[in-house]
Design a protein around this ligand. Structure first.
Ligand SMILES: [Zn+2]
Length: 62
């Protein structure tokens, strides 16, 4: 299966949110940011969080 995958757990949250098969990195980051804001009070994505997010995104761009 192509596309990018992400599990919120990989950021260290006790959270079952996951995303599968996203075509682009930009879209994936957007989804993660809105989820983080809504569910984890992440108002700003710091460079530290950005780095964690990058590592947590798995898979290949379609
Ligand atoms: Zn989450």
């Amino acid at each position: 299966m192509s596309g990018l995958n992400f599990k919120c757990k990989d950021l260290g949250f006790a959270c079952d949110f996951e995303v599968k098969g996203v075509a682009t990195r930009e879209e994936m980051v957007g989804i993660i940011k809105s989820h983080g804001k809504r569910c984890h009070d992440l108002e700003a994505i710091t460079p530290e969080i950005e780095a964690k997010v990058s590592k947590a995104i798995k898979g290949q761009v379609a």
